[in-house]
Design a protein around this ligand. Structure first.
Ligand SMILES: *[C@@H]1O[C@H](CO)[C@@H](O)[C@H](O)[C@H]1NC(C)=O
Ligand SMILES: *[C@@H]1O[C@H](CO)[C@@H](O)[C@H](O)[C@H]1NC(C)=O
Ligand SMILES: *[C@@H]1O[C@H](CO)[C@@H](O)[C@H](O)[C@H]1NC(C)=O
Length: 412
């Protein structure tokens, strides 16, 4: 029970964090901060960002601010954010002892964390948790330009992997990246989840989609995270094969009844077979399982799988586990994030609150029995492999149905 309460807390905090960032970017007095070189903690700055600012227009249009100015400013911000960061220093198989060991601009090796998932499976949530870590640069769904398709092999696999590798190395040059950036220029959501970049894009839109800005900017960041929902694991595995990339991958799985129910309410999904056809999406789940079996043996240190439902039920434990796997310290900011939401839970528990804490299990009440039954028939194998229990009838489903069986042993 309290674990579910925790889940809602995380969601609430994530949401407020986004709102905060939104206001931060809207109202921040970037130029003043920059020029005064105030030595105040980043957390205080976030609060400060709330204050209305009449100079923002001038700041945005001050043509004497150069790319180099923005880089210098951001470099300082990162150093400040990372001031109390606990560097791995040998733990979790990572040697890095300081910021320079982790930034590409100093020829360091960043911590690269990738989430492989599919639509409506909790990856935005997990991605946002990772992005609360200091010094994180978030490559949010770089394959958006491919539209609503799953990449399982040719014709797109090679180009997709190539683009992901380039982004992980902060390379924004070439025809593929040109297309990617063009898409971004007309679809804010490509960059807006990357909060630290987006802050600067809001202030300096003329720099935002230029490789000559993005490349050095990206290389300032010690933590590089990425989430991808359009690439199946057997293809994504190629990122692990390239050991010079030093990537760690988490595969995030969800009950197909849950994600299919959720997808029904998205305008972009219905009618796209890769998204709404139970047979096809459950073949993907089976293929992911087979790939996971191999990767768990071959790359025990750099591959991990987990279920959205387990993450939602034990957000503290699972977040800790995920961060540890990625080699990332359970930083102040994450625990503050989680602590705050616990306190809020103790405070007021409104009825909406009570409703939404059931988020991953909403489908048990919302999805008509004939659809549940159809999905179960199409997904028998996928559900058996990933440990999701079939409901026998509509009344079982209505009566606090617990869909979770044990998670596959070899992946624990
Ligand atoms: C524009 O930026 C320069 C420094 O880069 C500064 O000297 C100047 O005062 C700024 N102008 C305005 C209107 O803020
Ligand atoms: C970036 O990618 C382009 C095209 O894919 C390649 O030609 C170039 O060498 C790469 N840049 C760096 C610095 O690796
Ligand atoms: C529904 O399934 C449950 C669990 O298998 C069973 O105990 C119950 O009798 C069934 N109810 C009906 C109405 O068939």
């Amino acid at each position: 029970m309290s674990r579910r309460v925790n889940l809602i807390g995380i969601f609430t905090i994530t949401l407020s964090f986004c709102v905060l960032l939104f206001f931060a970017t809207k109202n921040s007095n970037y130029y003043d901060d920059y020029m005064r070189k105030e030595n105040i903690s980043p957390r205080y700055k976030y609060r400060n960002y709330y204050s209305a600012d009449s100079q923002q227009q001038q700041v945005t249009q001050n043509s004497s601010v150069t790319i180099q100015d923005v880089l210098n400013y951001q470099r300082k911000q990162i150093a400040e954010e990372m001031q109390y960061y606990e560097y791995p220093n040998g733990r979790f198989g990572v040697d890095a002892k300081n910021l320079q060991d982790l930034t590409m601009e100093t020829n360091g090796m960043p911590m690269r964390s990738v989430i492989i998932s599919t639509w409506r499976s909790g990856s935005t949530f997990l991605g946002d948790v990772l992005n609360t870590l200091p010094g994180n640069y978030y490559h949010y769904e770089p394959l958006l330009t491919y539209d609503i398709v799953q990449i399982r092999g040719p014709p797109h696999d090679k180009n997709a992997i190539k683009s992901l590798k380039k982004l992980l190395r902060c390379n924004y040059t070439g025809a593929d990246m040109h297309e990617y950036l063009e898409f971004g220029a007309s679809h804010n959501y490509l960059f807006s989840h990357n909060s630290r970049l987006w802050n600067q894009c809001q202030l300096f839109p003329n720099f935002c989609y230029q490789p000559k800005f993005l490349e050095p900017f990206c290389k300032l960041f010690p933590l590089q995270s990425m989430k991808v929902v359009r690439l199946r694991l057997k293809i994504a595995a190629r990122l692990l094969e390239d050991t010079s990339l030093n990537v760690r991958i988490v595969l995030l799985i969800r009950d197909p009844r849950g994600f299919l129910q959720s997808r029904k309410h998205r305008v972009w999904c219905p009618g796209n077979v890769d998204c709404d056809n139970p047979n096809i999406v459950c073949k993907d789940l089976i293929s992911d399982y087979k790939a996971a079996e191999k990767l768990a043996k071959k790359y025990p240190m750099t591959f991990k799988a987990l279920r959205y439902e387990d993450l939602s039920l034990s957000p503290y434990d699972m977040t800790q586990e995920v961060l540890q796997f990625y080699g990332l310290a359970f930083d102040d900011r994450v625990s503050e994030f989680l602590d705050t939401h616990t306190k809020q839970n103790v405070g007021g528990v409104s009825s909406t609150f009570r409703d939404s804490k059931q988020a991953p299990f909403h489908w048990t009440k919302e999805l008509p029995w004939n659809e549940v039954s159809y999905i179960q028939d199409s997904c028998k194998e996928a559900m058996r492999l990933w440990g999701y229990k079939e409901a026998a009838n509509a009344s079982e489903l209505m009566n606090n149905f617990n869909p979770l069986l044990p998670f596959p042993d070899f992946l624990v």
